[in-house]
Design a protein around this ligand. Structure first.
Ligand code: ATP
Length: 242
């Protein structure tokens, strides 16, 4: 097989035997996962399962202890800001908007195409002149997502988009993420709201104690969500008020 065909068929994002930790102690152990272009893949697990640690390594924000991260079949070892040059966008748990700036200024930062942001989230238009600190949490998260999606990222890693947001806002954000994958992006979605995540995902992995304990097609996992919650996700929200 030639290098060109390898790249053409390779996942957009891949972890191979990835172990990650803080200091020398791994909290994520030998994780294998992949996300293809056009796919939304959910990464699920209870608090402390290792989801954030895993995606920080995939994004280049933490150095793996062992194993590899690959983008389009090529091993990547560059830090986060360099991976952005290769089409990766990472939305971390902390909101990455500048509270002292207006919404419009947040949408212009770093040469972001404001028009494209407003195409993706027209509901931001009447808020443009408002200081970002005065927007709701959901509106701030829309700004973050609008900026990330406005470049049509090859790979989007989104960690807990839902944190503290109302169900309808979460639904709106997840639909935007789904649409980004439908345009060809590869999306890895960390989410506590299991049922909501499985609604938009194609596949999912469940992490427990830093290891992948279950993976599968989202349709199959949706039909077994009660059993999966009891077995692997006790304490995680099903996103249905339970
Ligand atoms: N900066 C850090 N230094 C040391 N240990 C950490 C650090 N961040 C996380 N941990 C530990 O690593 C383990 C995995 O945490 P991680 O945040 O990856 O889990 P998570 O599945 O993302 O949880 P949550 O859903 O609560 O965000 C936990 O035991 C946590 O206490």
């Amino acid at each position: 097989m030639t290098a060109a065909t390898t790249t053409a068929t390779a996942p957009a994002l891949e972890a191979r035997g990835l172990s990650v930790g803080y200091g020398a102690m791994p909290v994520v152990h030998e994780v294998d996962l992949h996300v293809a272009p056009g796919e939304v893949v959910a990464l699920l697990g209870v608090n402390g399962a290792g989801k954030t640690t895993c995606v920080r390594a995939l994004a280049g924000d933490l150095k793996p202890l062992r194993g590899e991260v690959r983008m389009n079949g090529e091993r990547v070892q560059s830090p986060l800001h360099r991976r952005a040059e290769h089409g990766l966008r990472y939305i971390s748990e902390e909101r990455s908007v500048f509270m002292g700036l207006s919404a419009a200024d947040n949408l212009r930062l770093g040469g972001t195409d404001q028009g494209r942001c407003l195409e993706l989230f027209p509901e931001l238009e009447p808020l443009l002149g408002r200081k970002t600190a005065l927007l709701s949490g959901g509106e701030q998260q829309m700004l973050t997502l609008a900026r990330a999606l406005s470049v049509d990222p090859q790979v989007l890693i989104a960690d807990e988009l839902s944190l503290g947001l109302a169900p309808l806002v979460l639904e709106r954000l997840l639909l935007a993420v789904r649409a980004a994958a439908d345009r060809g992006g590869a999306v890895l979605l960390v989410e506590q709201h299991v049922r909501d995540a499985l609604e938009v995902a194609d596949r999912a992995y469940v992490l427990s104690h830093g290891r992948v304990v279950l993976e599968g097609d989202a349709r199959d996992l949706r039909s077994r969500v009660g059993e999966i919650e009891r077995t692997y996700l006790a304490g995680a929200s099903l996103g249905d008020g339970s």
